[in-house]
Each structure stands twice: as C-alpha cells, then as structure tokens.
Ligand binder design. Structure first.
Ligand SMILES: [Zn+2]
Length: 417
C-alpha cells in the first residue's frame, strides 16, 4: 500500500504545539514526574487522543500517558504492539518559551537563529543537513533547545493514531500508546505499568537520522572506588600521612586514555570517573563502566583495580575497595530472542522508500530497560538532531517518514499474523 495520502500531514502542527509546552525534567527532584509541568503536556496529549476517539486514553498519577487503539482486523492472533516516546526535555538546556521556526526549502545555507545570532547551523557542523536539501527544517530561535527529542516522536505517534483511526483500510492489531516522563534523567520507566500495556513488543520513536533503527545499547555498571588513607596532624605527618585525596588524584590521572570516553568510539567501551568526594582519611571515586559486550565490564573493572594497586604500591598502609553495581544491559540479547521485532521494523522503514540502517547506541534508552522488564523495545528514528542544545533541529519530511514507518509497522504485524 502506498501511503501518499499523508501529504499534507498534520505531524508538523502537532509538533509545533507540543514544543511550546515546557517539560524540562529535574534530576534533583525525588518526585515522579520530577517536574509537575510535564503533566501539562500529558493532559494535552490525552485530550487530543480522546478527541480522536481513543476512549481509554488517560494520564496516571506518575505522569504516564496510556492509550489503546483497538484492532480492526478479523485475524484473532495479531500480537499487541506498543509505540513509546518521552514527554520531558533535557535539563542541560532551557525548554521554556520555545519559539519554533520553520526554514522552508533548505538550500544548504547557514541557518542563523534570530534570538542569538551566535547560534548558526552550518552544514560542516551538522553533516546530516546534507540529506535535507529542499526539505523544511525546524529549529528553535536561539535561546532554548527545540525539544524534537522527543516531541518529534510524540507528534509522529499522535499523527499515526490519527491516520489509523481515519483510514480503516489500514488493517492492524491492538496498538498501545505509551508516553513517559523523565527519560532524560534516566527514570523514564521507573513507574511504568508493563501489565497494563500488555504488549508483545514496543518501539521507542526516539532515534536520530531518518532510516535508522537501533537494536543495541551499552551494557552498563556503576562502580565506587573507596580509598582508605592514613591521616595525621599535618605538622607531624612526615612519613606517616597517606592522603586519600592524593592517592585518588593519582589513580584518576593514571586511567588509560584508550579506555576513556574521550579516547574511544564505535564499538569500544570505557571506564569514566563521574564523581569524586574526599578527605585525607577516605576518598571515593564513582565510575561508570560501559561496553557493548557484557563480559568486558568485568575486565574494565579489573583495569580500575590494577591502576589502584599500582598507585597504592607507594602507600604501604592505605587500602582500597571497589564496589560494582549493575545499571542496565545491552537490549540486543533480549531482541535476539524475537528477531521479527527488528526485522519488521527494518521492513517498515524500507517500505517508506528510505534505506533502513541498523545501528547501536553508545548509551542506554528506555528501551534497554523495558526490554529487560519483559517488553522487547528497539528504537526507531524520530528525525531529531543535535539534541540537548540550542542548535537542535528536525525536518518536516523526516517526521512524515517516521509517521509512515509507524503505519507500515502496524500493517506488517497484521499481515504476518
Ligand atoms: Zn530522547
């Protein structure tokens, strides 16, 4: 089926509406959602879903939106599929009073953002702009992020809902919708109700370039290195004091560059000190440890130990402990048990005329945690670029392709059942 009725699509109007609402999350807040204002967007989405006739749409106390589009096929065994995006924007950059601008028919020129003219989108800094000639680029105005991460995904899923409901010729099984708060602070699925979703598979619509699908994330551990030094009165410390602060400093300085975030790319993992606290007597260094291969996490922790031991050779009375805790695991291991989930995703992208490309993420997604909670969840492009900053952009045409991809996915699951 050719989905040419999508033009002109309303995905852009939806997107412009959602980015106007400030939904910045806050890592220092213990509540869920971390900021109450995220519910403002949740209410808007629920009201729009209800207006479309999605009668069970609701926002729960934790700021999650759930909704169901009932099956319209006679086939009884079509697996239930869920689509997911997050409503919050990054704490790294203001999301207040976002003024989205559409730059029609992009011709490769620099895009100067009017409210801060030092913010210029140049093709050499944003290589993906090369694929956007003739397209309509949406940016913020210079003072804020845009919020395409992940309001592009929200708009795409919402527009797909609209299309599904208004085009009964698109046959599909039961479709579940999930919009989450607090993804940007790593808490996006803390309060998710997997039972209520009741889906066989889920797709987050939160990826970057059009055509991309991601089936692989890092596996991640956190580690705390505690150094127990020897304190003494500084006036009488000769040959006695072994300062935990100085030991920690030497350990941090001795970490190998080729196992650091700034020294690695592609499929290589790293260890990375993210926090330090210390006195003369004790000091702690918190690390994150990342690799695509789970077994390598142990090897990387071993490197931290080796560095600590070699530094401590010069401090005969000081000691250390290393405490490693699991954070999340590469979702590829779960997705490999149900290869059709990624396969259908790739086919859906190809059916839109794009060339599907399978990628890995040097990080985690809500999908990596959902996958291990029993809901296998790869990530599909939303078209968002340069996220978490003032030069964030998305194109109208990429958003339309994402809507088409969602619709094709619904059809493919029905066809194959
Ligand atoms: Zn995101």
């Amino acid at each position: 089926m050719v989905l040419n009725y999508l033009a002109p699509s309303t995905v852009t109007e939806r997107f412009l509406r959602y980015v106007a609402i400030d939904t910045q999350s806050d890592p220092s807040s213990p509540s869920c959602p971390s900021t109450e204002k995220q519910k403002n967007l949740g209410h808007m989405l629920v009201n729009e879903l209800l207006a479309l006739g999605v009668t069970d749409a609701h926002l729960d106390e934790y700021g999650y939106v759930y909704a169901t589009i009932p099956a319209n096929t006679a086939k009884p065994d079509v697996p239930v599929i869920c689509f997911c995006s997050h409503m919050d924007t990054s704490p790294d950059c203001s999301g207040k009073d976002v003024k989205p601008l559409i730059h029609y028919n992009y011709a490769g020129n620099n895009i100067v953002l009017p409210d801060d003219t030092t913010q210029v989108l140049r093709m050499q800094d944003h290589p993906d702009l090369k694929n956007q000639l003739g397209n309509d680029i949406i940016t913020a105005s210079g003072n804020t992020l845009l919020g395409a991460d992940n309001k592009a995904g929200l708009a795409e899923i919402m527009d797909a809902c609209y299309q599904l409901i208004n085009h009964p010729e698109i046959k599909h099984g039961t479709i579940k919708i999930l919009f989450t708060p607090d993804e940007e602070i790593g808490r996006g699925v803390d309060k998710v109700d997997i039972e209520k979703i009741g889906a066989f598979a889920c797709y987050t619509i939160d990826g970057e370039s059009a055509g991309n699908m991601e089936n692989e994330t890092f596996s991640a551990d956190g580690a705390r290195l505690t150094i127990n030094g020897i304190s003494a009165h500084p006036g009488f410390a000769k040959d006695k004091m072994e300062s935990a602060i100085k030991i920690a400093g030497q350990i941090i300085a001795a970490l190998p560059h080729d196992l650091s975030p700034e020294g690695t790319e592609g499929m290589k993992g790293f260890v990375h000190p993210v926090d330090f606290a210390g006195h003369v007597e004790t000091a702690t260094i918190d690390f994150i440890i990342r690799d695509f291969v789970e077994e390598n996490l142990v090897k990387h922790a071993e490197v931290i130990k080796q560095v600590a031991e070699s530094v401590l050779k010069n401090y005969p009375n000081a000691t250390y402990t290393l405490d490693v805790k699991e954070q999340y695991r590469n979702m590829k291991n779960v997705l490999a048990q149900h290869p059709q989930i990624v396969e259908y995703g790739m086919e859906a992208i190809n059916r839109t005329g794009l060339k599907a490309k399978l990628c890995s993420i040097r990080g985690g997604t809500d999908g990596s945690r959902l996958s291990f909670m029993g809901l296998p969840t790869p990530n599909i492009f939303a078209g968002e670029h340069a996220f978490h900053g003032k030069q964030e952009w998305v194109s109208v045409q990429d958003m339309q392709k994402a809507v088409e991809t969602i619709l094709h996915l619904c059809m493919i699951w029905e066809e194959r059942a």
